[in-house]
Design a protein around this ligand. Structure first.
Ligand SMILES: [Zn+2]
Length: 166
């Protein structure tokens, strides 16, 4: 159960809360990493790279091809839909670092590899953490969603895959 803080409207805590809301209004949504996906977009795409020499597609985008070491790579938006190749549920906070969030507020999340038509398997957070809603081979779709907040209060946006309703 997550603890919730309830503010009395007449209390000092409430005034602090109001100031906090003002800061929140100035805060922005920012991508968790530049160049990882197209955003803002109604149909976001993650960005990979394709080798001009052998055609190998990589994600994240790379300047040299992992298959042939060629350096003639170009960035390409990847398909928005793929197939769930394997998955698990992360049930406890990863060690810090790299985990920087609130350990008390941690909620289990799904993580998996989604195989895209380009032949690349993308490691990704999943939008659901219920094992009953996940199955190897199911169709998945890319979404961009709030991931966490940085120290300045900006909402950091990351990509995830969600099951496509059959
Ligand atoms: Zn290559």
């Amino acid at each position: 159960m997550r603890a919730r803080i309830v503010f009395d409207s007449a209390s000092d805590a409430s005034r602090r809360f109001d100031r906090g809301r003002g800061e929140e209004a100035m805060a922005q949504q920012i991508p968790i990493q530049e160049g990882l996906f197209t955003w803002p977009s109604a149909a976001p795409r993650i960005l990979g790279s394709r080798c001009g020499g052998c055609g190998e597609v990589s994600f994240p985008a790379q300047g040299s091809c992992p298959a042939c070491a060629g350096t003639e790579t170009e960035d390409v938006p990847l398909a928005r839909e793929g197939i769930l190749w394997t998955w698990t549920i992360q049930r406890f906070p990863p060690p810090a670092p790299p985990f920087v969030g609130d350990r008390e507020a941690f909620e289990p999340f799904g993580v998996g590899y989604v195989e895209l038509p380009e032949g690349v398997r993308v490691e990704s957070r999943l939008t659901v953490n219920d094992p009953d809603q996940l199955a190897i081979g199911m169709k998945m779709e890319l979404v961009v969603e709030a991931f966490d907040r940085d120290a300045a209060g900006n909402e950091r946006m990351g990509f995830a895959f969600r099951p496509v309703a059959a």
